[in-house]
Design a protein around this ligand. Structure first.
Ligand code: SF4
Ligand code: SF4
Length: 451
């Protein structure tokens, strides 16, 4: 591993023009049919054609000209996107809109440069897990000074920021102890199946929802899986990649190749839909010599890790064989539980029946499908930070659909969605528990195992 991406010269004009040619080729597949319009959650609330994939692709079609004339405007339009992938799966021509938007953001940041603060955050904090951990631990200790407790939902407290301009946000606080401080590095299975899994925790589960990582480990142990939680793991790189910060992204991927040496495990498992989608699709698409300085050996390792990466729901159902055949009888008196499909799980990875199979195993709840379960919750990573008003309008619809089921619990498969659902439900004054699907499954196992 001799590469040091920070030493790589930032993209110069020739490299940008080369990337624009890649983009031109991809954009040319779009026939302007408009099938992506009706599925775009942003268009649903703005009714603005320029927010739809077709509008963005038309902008990118003339990128060389528009971009040099008005780079700020191009950048603003590109950033008005949740990167949810709804357009990609609706597209009859198979246009890979997500890769196109990521490449375009990459070109933009190469030309305009990110602000020094954002660049420092990606390169010095997110790409430095030890420093990120320390900052998060200090944050957990002092967050009481900045967060006011509001009405807690069962299982998760929420706070409002003391700062008046931000006090309307309902924030899930950092956990007192992150998962990386409480886990055992290697957890041998009780009745070992011989299967070896490396757990990629992901930043949000590690620092906000460590009990979700606990539930994952319990479920894996129950199925006889030996779990290893490799040291020195950090962010999967999606915040940097979606901001066009290719240097930090390349560093984050490169830093995981040794701790997640694929010869040491059969599967890599995560409980974060976004981490799984990033590792499976974006690592191989962007960590290669077309975009960054890599070696053939690194690219081959990335491909191997990506093939072994599984979402926890998909792993338990498709690899460990949990089926709906073991489903307990319907209990008409149990509280209602509904499920929200994270975009990165359903649209990017095609995983939607698996979490439903897992939650149906727990007879303490009665499952009820909500209307629009597959529609975006409005989180969209940094979109929520930069376009909170639009994120809220999309999230309000989701919260109303959850409420309409009469559910006391909403399960999902992505910690970022969990944060958004908690915020949106609290905005409506609803005391509905937000949980990960694997938590619901692990509760049933704990009961069955007498734990
Ligand atoms: S990724 Fe989502 S928000 Fe962005 S253009 Fe496509 S459908 Fe719209
Ligand atoms: S659905 Fe596909 S081909 Fe049709 S306008 Fe959208 S991106 Fe272009």
């Amino acid at each position: 591993m001799s590469m040091d991406p920070f030493k790589k010269t930032p993209p110069k004009m020739a490299a940008l023009i080369r990337m624009m040619k890649i983009l031109d080729y991809q954009v040319a597949r779009c026939s302007r049919c408009g099938a992506c319009q009706s599925v775009c959650p942003l268009y649903d609330v703005t009714r603005n054609e320029s927010d739809v994939a077709r509008g963005k692709l038309m902008l990118l079609d003339g990128l060389t000209r528009t971009f040099f004339n008005h780079p700020e405007g191009v950048s603003e339009r590109l950033n008005r996107c949740l990167l949810c992938g709804s357009c990609a799966i609706a597209c009859p021509r198979g246009v890979n809109t997500i890769e196109i938007f990521m490449t375009a953001r990459w070109i933009m940041s190469g030309y305009r440069r990110l602000s020094p603060v954002r660049k420092a955050f990606f390169r010095k904090v997110l790409a430095n897990p030890a420093l990120f951990d320390r900052l998060a631990e200090h944050g957990a200790r002092w967050q009481g000074l900045f967060l006011r407790q509001n009405s807690p939902a069962p299982g998760a407290s929420l706070g409002n920021l003391v700062s008046p301009p931000l006090s309307h946000r309902n924030i899930v606080p950092l956990a007192p102890a992150p998962f990386h401080k409480i886990f055992k590095r290697t957890i041998p299975a009780k009745n070992s199946s011989g299967m070896r899994v490396a757990l990629f925790t992901g930043c949000i589960i590690d620092k906000v929802y460590p009990h979700v990582a606990d539930a994952i480990v319990k479920a894996l142990e129950h199925h006889g899986v030996n779990v290893t939680v490799p040291e020195a793991q950090g962010c999967c790189g999606i915040p940097a990649l979606s901001s066009g910060e290719h240097t930090a992204f390349a560093q984050m991927v490169a830093d995981h190749l040794t701790p997640f040496d694929p010869s040491g495990f059969d599967y890599l498992v995560t409980g974060c839909a976004t981490c799984t989608a990033t590792i499976k699709t974006l690592w191989p698409a962007f960590f290669n010599s077309r975009f960054v300085s890599t070696t053939a050996s690194q690219e081959s390792t990335v491909r191997c890790i990506s093939e072994k990466a599984h979402d926890i729901n998909a792993f338990l159902v498709n690899i460990m064989g949990v089926t709906s055949a073991g489903k307990p009888p319907f209990n008409a008196h149990a509280p209602i539980l509904t499920y929200h499909d994270p975009c990165h799980l359903r649209k990017t990875l095609g995983v939607f029946s698996e979490p439903r199979i897992l939650i149906s195993q727990n007879s303490a709840y009665r499952f009820m499908e909500m209307s629009g379960a597959q529609s975006c919750c409005g989180m969209g990573g940094s979109f929520n930070l930069t376009h909170y008003d639009l994120s809220g309008k999309i999230g309000e619809k989701k919260a109303a659909n959850i409420e309409a089921t009469g559910a006391g619990v909403v399960a999902t498969g992505c910690p970022a969605c969990m944060m958004q659902l908690s915020d949106m439900l609290a905005r409506r004054g609803k005391n509905i528990r937000v949980a990960h699907a694997v938590e619901i499954y692990a509760e049933k196992l704990a009961f069955a195992d007498g734990v």
